[in-house]
Design a protein around this ligand. Structure first.
Ligand code: PLP
Length: 470
C-alpha cells in the first residue's frame, strides 16, 4: 500500500514513512492510494470479533509489507488491553433508533486514545527497524485532548521527544493537568499565547521548514498524520457490525473540530460500510456547518465555548475530503488551499457541494443549547454526557426523523474531563476514574511561549540539546 499526498506533488510513500512524516512535503496530507473494500459477508462476520481482532482485520491492508500480521495483532492486543471497558468501544441504546458509542474508555478518557495508543506503539516498531541513534521529535498541537492522548502514547519512549503546544488558558483544567502532570523526561508542554488554530499553524510551519524538520527528525501526532485517521476507522466498523449494518444502513453523528474523526467515518464508507449519513456536529465555531449550508468555506474568529476541543475554525482534515470532491485532482486541491490560506475563504462549484451534501449534513449548538442537551439527556436516559458528546446526541436527535436506519452518536470524551459544564447543567459533578483521582494534587510542568515560530523552534532545539547531553 502506497500513500499519496492530497496536493499531488510529494512522492508516494510506504506506511512507515507516512507514519513518521506527518505533513507531506508539498504541504498536503497523506491518504492511502486505494481504500481496501470489505463485502457485506465480511462485515457481518466482524460482529463476532473482539475489538483488537476487528482492528487487525480492518487495518491490516494499511500496514501490509511493513508490519508482519502476527506482530501487528500483538501490538493491537497490547494497545487496547489497558482500556477501562471489556468491549473497548461499547454501544448504549438511548432510544429506539438512537445509540451512543462510548469512546472514552482509554487512558486519557477521550476518543483520541483509540488511535494514539496504537500509533505510539507503531512509532516504536518502525524506529526499531532503523539505526540505533535515530530519534524523532514529535510536535503536536492540541485543543485539549490530543495532547494528553499523545503524551500518554509516547511517554518514556527512548527514541521520542514529545512537544505539545496548547493554547494557554483555553483548555479545561483537567485537560491541562492530564498533560502537565506527566513526570516523564521526554514530555514537554508548551503553553502558547494564542488560539488552537495558532498552535496548529505553528506545528504546520515547523513541518514546512525543511531545515528544522531535517535537524529534529520531526514527526506528528495530530490528525494530519494519516495513521491517526486509520486508527479511528475501526470503531465505525465495530458499531455497524454490532447493529447488523451489513443488512441495513446506519448513520453517525460526530462532534467535530478538525474533521478527523468524521473523516474516518467517510473512510469506513469507502471501505464498504453502508453509511446513510454523517452528521457533522459543531459548537458556535461552525465553519463546517456554514460550509454545508452554503458551499463556501469561510473562516471566522474562534470563540471559546464549553466544548473547547471543537473551538477550531480551520478543519485541516477537510482537505482529505476536498481531494475526492475535486475529482482527486491534487493541483486543484493545492490551488484551493492556497486561496483559503491567503483570503480565509474558498467556494466549491455546485456539483461538488451537492456531492458533499449527499452524505454529510451540518449541525450547530451554542453553549446554552449544549447545557440544555446535557440536562435533557441526563433526565431522560440517566446518561451523564460531556459537552462534546451532548452536541453529538443533540445533532442525532435533530436529524433522526429524516433518516431510515439507526443513528450512532459518538461520545468523544468522558464527562469528568469537563466537570464544571456537566455540574452546571445537571447538578451532578462527574467523578474521575480512580487512576486519575489525584490529578489535582500532582505537580505541573509547562513553558509559556509567545505565538511566534522562532521562539517555539528555539525552545524545541534547546530542550533537545539539553536532553541529548543528559
Ligand atoms: C478532538 C475532539 C473532538 C474533535 O475531533 P476532530 O477529529 O478534531 O473532529 C471532539 N470531541 C472531543 C472530546 C475531542 O477531544
Amino acid at each position: 500500500m502506497d500513500y499519496i499526498s492530497t496536493r499531488g506533488q510529494a512522492p508516494a510513500l510506504p506506511f512507515d514513512e507516512v507514519l513518521l512524516t506527518g505533513l507531506a512535503r508539498d504541504g498536503g496530507l497523506y491518504l492511502p492510494g486505494t481504500w481496501p473494500r470489505f463485502s457485506p459477508e465480511e462485515i457481518r462476520g466482524f460482529a463476532r470479533l473482539s475489538y483488537p481482532a476487528l482492528a487487525e482485520r480492518v487495518l491490516a491492508p494499511f500496514v501490509e509489507g511493513v508490519i508482519p500480521g502476527p506482530r501487528f495483532a500483538e501490538i493491537l492486543e497490547v494497545a487496547y488491553a489497558g482500556f477501562g471497558h471489556a468491549a473497548v468501544a461499547p454501544l448504549r441504546q438511548l432510544d429506539r433508533r438512537l445509540w451512543l458509542q462510548e469512546l472514552f474508555h482509554g487512558p486519557t478518557l477521550a476518543f483520541k486514545d483509540y488511535a494514539l495508543q496504537v500509533v505510539g506503539r507503531l512509532f516504536d516498531e518502525v524506529l526499531a527497524a532503523r539505526s540505533r541513534d535515530h530519534k524523532i521529535t514529535i510536535v503536536g498541537a492540541t485543543s485539549g485532548d490530543t495532547g494528553s492522548a499523545a503524551i500518554e502514547a509516547c511517554r518514556d519512549r527512548e527514541r521520542i521527544e514529545v512537544f505539545i503546544l496548547h493554547p494557554k488558558g483555553r483548555v479545561s483544567e483537567v485537560q491541562r493537568r492530564q498533560m502537565t502532570t506527566v513526570a516523564s523526561a521526554n514530555v514537554h508542554n508548551l503553553a502558547i499565547e494564542g488560539s488552537f488554530d495558532d498552535c496548529q499553524d505553528l506545528v504546520k510551519a515547523m513541518f514546512n521548514d525543511p531545515a528544522f524538520r531535517e535537524e529534529t527528525a520531526l514527526a506528528g501526532v495530530n490528525s494530519i498524520n494519516c495513521a491517526r485517521i486509520l486508527g479511528q476507522i475501526v470503531y465505525y466498523f465495530a458499531a455497524a457490525a454490532a447493529l447488523g449494518a451489513a443488512e441495513r444502513r446506519l448513520s453517525f453523528a460526530v462532534p467535530t473540530g478538525n474533521f478527523g474523526n468524521v473523516y474516518a467515518g467517510y473512510a469506513a464508507r469507502r471501505m464498504g460500510l453502508p453509511i446513510e449519513r454523517l452528521i457533522v456536529a459543531s459548537n458556535v465555531n461552525d465553519i463546517l456547518t456554514r460550509f454545508f449550508e452554503s458551499g463556501a468555506m469561510v473562516t471566522d474568529e474562534v470563540r471559546a465555548t464549553c466544548s473547547p476541543s471543537m473551538d477550531i475554525q480551520i478543519s485541516s482534515n477537510f482537505e482529505r475530503l476536498l481531494y475526492d470532491l475535486l475529482g482527486q485532482d491534487g493541483r486543484a486541491v493545492a490551488e484551493t488551499m492556497t486561496r483559503f490560506r491567503a483570503s480565509g475563504r474558498f467556494e466549491l462549484d455546485r456539483a461538488a457541494w451537492q456531492a458533499a451534501l449527499a452524505l454529510f449534513s451540518g449541525y450547530r449548538l451554542d453553549d446554552a443549547g449544549t447545557l440544555a442537551a446535557i440536562e435533557g439527556i441526563h433526565r431522560t436516559t440517566g446518561e451523564l454526557l460531556d459537552p462534546h458528546s451532548a452536541i453529538g446526541v443533540a445533532a442525532a436527535e435533530a436529524q433522526l426523523d429524516a433518516l431510515e436506519g439507526p443513528v450512532v452518536a459518538l461520545a468523544t470524551a468522558h464527562p469528568a474531563k469537563f466537570p464544571d459544564a456537566v455540574e452546571r447543567a445537571t447538578g451532578v459533578r462527574p467523578q474521575l476514574p480512580p487512576r486519575l483521582a489525584d490529578l489535582y494534587e500532582r505537580e505541573e510542568r509547562l513553558q509559556v511561549l509567545p505565538n511566534d515560530l522562532a521562539a517555539v523552534q528555539e525552545a524545541v532545539r534547546r530542550t533537545r540539546d539539553l536532553r541529548g547531553a543528559a
